[in-house]
Structures are given as structure tokens and as C-alpha cells.
Ligand binder design. Structure first.
Ligand code: CUA
Length: 338
């Protein structure tokens, strides 16, 4: 059997990896096109280490190629060549160079890490407490007295000081275009400051394996102009939770009987502060269900009937026992919460 075959396979596997890895063309998830100052600083650190690696690579490969040709076996050479062992000078040099390179890398890395964790001046920033749960996110704005789930609204150009916590296992907060990743550890509060320089919807991910639903523990950062952000805050403070029609009225009843033990909806006499599941105030304004399904009635009913098939490991129980009419009423009520 030819010994070249496995090499060809390796080559094709590597080429496939190149195409697959670069296939992630999602502009809202690209660390190489940062849309905020934290992301820019983190990209600078990545590029610094890339440049250092490139220098090391070029120097090592040049020496390697030089030695390969300069000291190759020639006719009349003794075999085996003279054996030598130990060279203090060379050993000091190749220990010192990596230490110097690591120091060059460490100084900006440590100073950026600490400066991103520091709270920015209060008059130009907002504070958000982020709590991770298997497998969803809660966002609380202590200064504004509101909270929401799954979609973090922020005003463009403002520093957003995040206090990151977890209620169960270790998660990690990551918005590729804006910055991250910061571990969220039960019993410990980590902090990080982010901002968005332009309005947009930025995809967020959990970046720490946290269980069966980890890969689907998505969230979104919605960066909007201050006026739009203020409008959103007002909609959460004074939500339209009144059922819009008779069907939604029935849906509200079904919600109180089945869902209020875990979920909260504020407004219209529905004020509950449960934190076992996402707060659904203003649910109709959200762009997704369960982190990645489109927010429409059809997806919502799919989710209610069989949440495990949509997000494995979720603590959301199935409501398959509700009949068609009740399910439609519940969906009508929830999708109209604005
Ligand atoms: Cu939470 Cu992975």
C-alpha cells in the first residue's frame, strides 16, 4: 500500500476545515470586525500575539532552512557526524527570548483585562446585572428598575457596565462583535464593560460548556439610539399586558393557571417576580423564542408542545396536554404582549 494516501487525506481534511471555519460569514459574530471599543481592544491583543507568532515562525523557519542546506551531508563527510551535548549560551538565549516575548504579550493583556473590568464613570454609563441560567439569560437594570430576558437592549455609544453572575453552573458571556468572553461563576460576580458604536442586533453566545442545551444558549444585544432605548425602557415599565381580544383573554387565564409559577409578566395586574424562568414582559417585541426560533405563533406552539426537542435539557416542561384551542389562545396572548 502506498504510504502517501494518508497524507492526501490529511490535506483534504485540512482544506475542508479551512472552508468550513471561514464559512462563518455572519457579520454580527465576527471578532475581526469589532463594533465596540472592548472588541477593538481585544482584537488589538489578538493581533499582537499573531505578529509575535509570525516573527517567531519566520525566524525559526529561516534558521531551519539555512541549516538544512548549509549542513547537509556532502560526499566524503564522516558518518555519523561529531556528537555534541549541552551549550549553556544557546540554552540561555532560547530561554530568555520566550520570556521576553511573553512579557511583551502580558503587559498589555493584563492592563486591558483590568481596565475592561473596571466600572466606568457613572454619568456616562449604564449598569446591567446579567444572570445566566441553564439555558437562558436575565438582564436587570438596577438604576432603571426594570428587567428582561434573552435580549439585552443597550443605548449606542454608552458604556455598559455588566455584572455577570450565574445561578447554577459556569457559563460564559460572549458577544463576538462587541467583546467577551467573561466567565459567569456561581457565587462570584465578574465585571466587564462593553459598548456598541453603531446600532444593530449583535448575536451573543454562551462560551462555556454548561450542559445539554449549551449550544443553543443564545441571546441578542440590541443596540439602539438613546431615544429608541428610552422608548423600549418605557414599554417595559408600562407594558401593554391587557389582553387584546377575547382569545387573548382566555390565553391570559391559561397563563395564570399554568405558567406563573416560573414566568413573570408585568402590567395589567400580573406583577410577579419569579426568577425560575425568563421574564416575559413585552414578549411580543422580542425577535426570538428560546434563543433562536423566530418569534411567531407557530414556533411558540412548537416550543410549548415539545421544548426538549428544541432545546435539550431545558427546564421548561411540555404543555402538550393543552388542546389546540387553549394552545392558540395562549400563543395569541403572549405574542401580543408589547
Ligand atoms: Cu451556558 Cu454554555
Amino acid at each position: 500500500m502506498s504510504r502517501r494516501k494518508p497524507l492526501w487525506r490529511l490535506f483534504f481534511a485540512l482544506m475542508a476545515m479551512v472552508f468550513l471555519a471561514t464559512g462563518c460569514g455572519d457579520k454580527t459574530m465576527n471578532i475581526f470586525e469589532p463594533k465596540g471599543s472592548a472588541g477593538e481592544q481585544q482584537l488589538d491583543l489578538v493581533m499582537l500575539s499573531v505578529y509575535i507568532m509570525l516573527i517567531v515562525f519566520v525566524v525559526v523557519v529561516s534558521i531551519y532552512i539555512f541549516v538544512l542546506f548549509r549542513y547537509r551531508q556532502r560526499k566524503g563527510d564522516d558518518a555519523p557526524p561529531k556528537q555534541i551535548e549541552g551549550n549553556t549560551k544557546i540554552e540561555i538565549v532560547w530561554t530568555a527570548i520566550p520570556i521576553i516575548l511573553l512579557i511583551i504579550l502580558a503587559i498589555p493583556t493584563i492592563s486591558t483585562t483590568f481596565s475592561l473590568a473596571k466600572e466606568p464613570p457613572k454619568d456616562d454609563s449604564i449598569r446591567v446585572k446579567v444572570t445566566a441560567y441553564q439555558y437562558w439569560w436575565m438582564f436587570e437594570y438596577p438604576e432603571l428598575g426594570i428587567r428582561t430576558s434573552q435580549e439585552l437592549h443597550i443605548p449606542v455609544g454608552k458604556q455598559v457596565f455588566l455584572e455577570l453572575e450565574s445561578k447554577d453552573v459556569i457559563h460564559s458571556f460572549w458577544v463576538p462583535s462587541l467583546g467577551g468572553k467573561m466567565d459567569m461563576i456561581p457565587g462570584k460576580t465578574n465585571t466587564m464593560t462593553l459598548d456598541a458604536k453603531e446600532p444593530g442586533v449583535y448575536e451573543g453566545r454562551c462560551a462555556e460548556l454548561c450542559g445539554a442545551g449549551h449550544a443553543l444558549m443564545n441571546f441578542r444585544v440590541i443596540a439602539e439610539e438613546q431615544a429608541d432605548f428610552d422608548k423600549w425602557v418605557a414599554s417595559i415599565k408600562d407594558p401593554k399586558s391587557q389582553p387584546v381580544n377575547a382569545q387573548a383573554q382566555e390565553g391570559q387565564k391559561i397563563f395564570s393557571q399554568n405558567c406563573m409559577g416560573c414566568h413573570a409578566i408585568e402590567g395589567a395586574g400580573m406583577k410577579v417576580k419569579g426568577d425560575k424562568a425568563p421574564d416575559l414582559t413585552g414578549f411580543g417585541n422580542r425577535t426570538t423564542i428560546a434563543g433562536y426560533l423566530p418569534n411567531d405563533k407557530e414556533s411558540l406552539i412548537r416550543w410549548l408542545r415539545d421544548p426538549q426537542s428544541i432545546k435539550p435539557g431545558t427546564k421548561m416542561p411540555s404543555y402538550n396536554h393543552l388542546d389546540e384551542q387553549k394552545m392558540n389562545a395562549l400563543a395569541e396572548y403572549l405574542t401580543n404582549l408589547k
